[in-house]
Design a protein around this ligand. Structure first.
Ligand SMILES: *[C@@H]1O[C@H](CO)[C@@H](O)[C@H](O)[C@H]1NC(C)=O
Ligand SMILES: *[C@@H]1O[C@H](CO)[C@@H](O)[C@H](O)[C@H]1NC(C)=O
Ligand SMILES: *[C@@H]1O[C@H](CO)[C@@H](O)[C@H](O)[C@H]1NC(C)=O
Length: 415
């Protein structure tokens, strides 16, 4: 039980001193560990990590046969975003948008079987976004994420959609000389596509096809742990606010804890069976223990407390709307006491939706609702594999069999 508590505390990044628990981090760190620059793995790396757990995105793409590079994009509000690029046919630009607390690494963590490599093998020019505040995009032209966290981490999926997406999309179109690209979002990456289409309607024309994997918009039919956590979520998140914790589940603080706890005997049971499967849906076949030794070199990526608050608001208010600041501030910010809802009728880009039956977050029931709200759904598919859960889209061992072929069929059709 103590182990679980420590684990949760580490996950939630409550500072160990704060709780006076001594997390027994058994990675071989030097006694006086030098100040680590966030985003770097602790050196030396824990011995249990595989080669793929240690290589970065570009090195992984090289290992599996492709040229790759990393670009920097500066947003209108000063964030410096990392954009990975696997060089392919410039006539077939493809943008991949990861989910909350992840990074672009999620698309390549399954190595030769991962979606980024599979798409590259099919000739796509693959571009991989990294959201502001996450491990590779934890930079700003003048804000310091560690010294001014309340300003730096002052964003939700709204800012990811409205400030991060446009310069990334424009950069790719400019580099490739194309007028449109195909976008694939996963989880909150899909949310960004809907908010972009609704708030910046001119971007609908720049997207040839928007593929949603495990779509997240209306959240009325959640299952599993998050459904219960959301009930206490607002108060829990309020505590972080009081403690001025603005960044949650960052790589530099959480990954060492995951490596220390989940890679020990019994760690898989604790981390996957007890935690991840309760959150994402239950699929022990698709997510085997050994995968952890690669995963924790790439996960998590970090996010903002405000983004979690916003998601909890969407759940509790039962509305897919902008951030709720409360009655008085809403009047100032929105000229209305209630935050305005996103107008999904404006999302006129072609959308293809893929869902897993065992997904506790992007549930089939919510996708059904979304399908009725989006005006241009050209493909809607619940994957046949019974245990396909939220994370199988990117982490799943059998995704090359039970998901990717369906996606390729749709991509071929709209290419
Ligand atoms: C990756 O997969 C391709 C095709 O399935 C295969 O030809 C190649 O040898 C694999 N590469 C590695 C490094 O496993
Ligand atoms: C956060 O952003 C909102 C608007 O997006 C702004 O009103 C508020 O002042 C900002 N807060 C901080 C601490 O920068
Ligand atoms: C604020 O809303 C009111 C009523 O909804 C409207 O009459 C007014 O023009 C709005 N003000 C601004 C500055 O948009």
């Amino acid at each position: 039980m103590k182990k679980i508590l420590i684990f949760l505390a580490a996950i939630l990044q409550v500072h160990s001193q704060l709780l006076e628990i001594n997390v027994d981090v058994e990675i071989q760190q030097p006694e006086e560990s030098p100040e680590q620059s966030p985003g770097q793995l602790p050196e030396p790396l824990p011995a249990q990590l595989t080669e793929d757990g240690r290589l970065n995105f570009v090195a992984l793409a090289n290992k599996y046969g492709f040229q790759a590079s990393e670009e920097s994009i500066i947003t209108e509000d000063g964030y410096i975003l990392s954009l990975f690029h696997i060089h392919g046919n410039p006539c077939k630009p493809m943008l991949l948008i990861h989910g909350n607390t992840g990074t672009g690494d999620c698309w390549i963590v399954r190595g030769n079987n991962s979606l980024a490599i599979t798409l590259a093998r099919r000739g796509y020019d693959v571009w991989v976004a990294n959201q502001r505040g996450s491990r590779y995009s934890r930079k700003h032209i003048f804000l310091d994420p560690d010294l001014q966290p309340e300003k730096f981490f002052n964003f939700t999926f709204y800012e990811l959609a409205v400030y991060d997406m446009p310069p990334v999309i424009d950069f790719i179109l400019q580099e490739t000389g194309q007028e449109q690209l195909t976008a694939i979002g996963w989880s909150v990456g899909t949310t960004q596509l809907y908010v972009l289409g609704a708030e910046k309607p001119e971007y609908n024309d720049k997207i040839k096809l928007a593929v949603s994997l495990a779509p997240i918009s209306v959240l009325q039919n959640l299952r599993g742990l998050v459904k219960w956590a959301a009930a206490i979520g607002p108060e829990g998140l309020e505590l972080f606010k009081l403690a001025n914790v603005q960044e949650l589940i960052s790589f530099h603080q959480t990954a060492p804890a995951l490596q220390a706890i989940c890679l020990q005997p019994g760690g898989y049971e604790l981390c996957f069976q007890i935690l991840f499967f309760s959150v994402f849906g239950y699929d022990p076949d698709g997510l085997e223990p050994e995968f952890q030794n690669t995963l924790y070199g790439h996960f998590p990526g970090g996010s903002s407390r405000k983004l979690f608050s916003h998601l909890v608001q969407v759940i509790k208010r039962n509305k897919f709307a902008k951030y709720d600041y409360g009655f008085e501030r809403n009047l100032i910010v929105y000229n209305s006491t209630e935050p305005p809802e996103f107008d999904l009728r404006k999302v006129t880009m072609k959308s293809a939706l893929f869902m897993g039956k065992e997904d506790f977050l992007g549930t089939v029931a919510d996708a059904e609702l979304l399908k009725g709200l989006l005006p241009n759904v050209v493909h809607y598919q619940v994957l046949p594999y019974e245990k396909f859960n939220h994370i199988d889209f990117v982490w799943g061992r059998y995704a090359p069999d039970n998901f990717q072929p369906y996606l390729m069929e749709v991509l071929d059709k709209y290419e």
